[in-house]
Design a protein around this ligand. Structure first.
Ligand code: 3HC
Length: 304
């Protein structure tokens, strides 16, 4: 099974590569750097990686403003982060690789093929996938035993939970290592032993966000009523639409499409969400929301 070697001790880990500087990638880079690790953050263009870096600066400034970290800690954190645009530059001397690129199986596989070329023998590869099969992703690299899911929540700096997901090939040592790493960066890990679509959180959450959209689409309720119900009835910290906005409607739609493919038609995304994605209107990460443009016809529930 691959070129498995003894996994390094957590105390010896210094450098972490984060692939992807988007919403999750830059948030993960921030969390890992605050915990004291050296971080290399990579995205495909200088512009994207710089945007991610600015997101970290914004977040650290917010934490300082709120008295949650000191200015000194903020500066030290930034000093530990560098940015690159090549996979080689990110991965070749990293102890841990965290992949946080868009939620598409084929895209992730392409990136893993490239990662494989430069992967140090000692490194552990962790995927922040929200729903995709860890087993399938791990089979692209030659050491699937050193591959594991490490799923953060948005915004990573604020959300305590991490799902640690074992694929069929993940070794016990890798799973334990990922769990220890989650604790080391100040998070609360939950173990997901069965690699199934959406794991735990997104198997629950994305259908909830989808049902909220269906209620509006079918004109059974208004957004304000759903938001109040979610907050004051279900006790969620945000309304369902506010949460889709925060997570990214594109992310929710990708997860739902994957759940539909693997679990059944009933998980298919509501046309209201698909419409937003088609318009590029995917939430706060792209700026202010425009009002939805309704198309004639639309898709029936469960249709494609
Ligand atoms: N860094 C620093 N500050 C941030 C921030 C960040 N990344 N994001 C928001 N803030 C700031 C806000 O700007 C705001 O500042 P302001 O008052 O100056 O405007 C402040 O934090 C808000 O602080 P509050 O004390 O009012 O709120 P909390 O910090 O207690 O809670 C929250 C914020 C944690 C985001 C809370 O609203 C929450 O839990 N929301 C639900 C989030 C959630 O469920 N996420 C999971 C989504 S599922 C997912 O990610 C999985 C994926 O695979 C789909």
């Amino acid at each position: 099974m691959g070129n498995y070697r003894q996994i390094m001790e957590m105390e010896r880990v210094t450098k972490v590569a984060v692939l992807g500087a988007g919403n999750m990638g830059h948030g993960i880079a921030e969390v890992v750097a605050i915990a004291g690790f050296t971080v290399v953050m990579r995205d495909i263009t200088e512009e994207l990686v710089q945007k991610g870096y600015e997101g970290i600066v914004w977040s650290l400034n917010k934490l300082v403003e709120k008295g949650q970290i000191s200015e000194k800690k903020s500066k030290e954190t930034l000093d530990r982060i560098t940015t690159v645009v090549t996979i080689e530059g990110a991965v070749s001397d990293a102890d841990i690789i965290i992949e946080a690129i868009p939620e598409r199986m084929e895209l992730k596989k392409e990136v893993y093929k490239e990662v494989e070329k430069y992967l140090p023998d000692r490194a552990v590869v962790l995927s922040n996938t929200s729903s995709l099969s860890i087993t399938e992703l791990s089979e692209v690299i030659g050491c699937p035993d050193r591959f594991c899911g490490l799923h953060f929540f948005n915004p990573p700096i604020k959300m305590p939970l991490i799902e640690v997901i074992s694929g069929d090939h993940t070794s016990k040592e890798t799973f334990e290592f990922a769990t220890q790493f989650a604790k080391k960066i100040g998070k609360f890990p939950v173990s997901v032993y069965k690699d199934s679509p959406g794991f735990i959180v997104n198997r629950i959450l994305t259908p909830l966000l989808n049902e909220a959209a269906w209620i509006v689409y079918e004109k059974r309720g208004k957004i304000q009523e759903i938001e109040s119900s979610a907050k004051y009835g279900l006790g969620l910290p945000m309304g369902a639409f506010e949460l889709s906005d925060q997570v990214g409607i594109d992310v929710a739609v990708h997860v739902l499409e994957y759940l539909r493919e693997r679990l059944g038609e009933e998980y298919g995304p509501c046309p209201l969400l698909v419409e937003k994605v088609d318009e590029g209107n995917v939430g706060r990460k792209v700026g202010k929301l425009r009002s939805p443009r309704r198309r004639g016809g639309g898709r029936s529930r469960g249709g494609s």
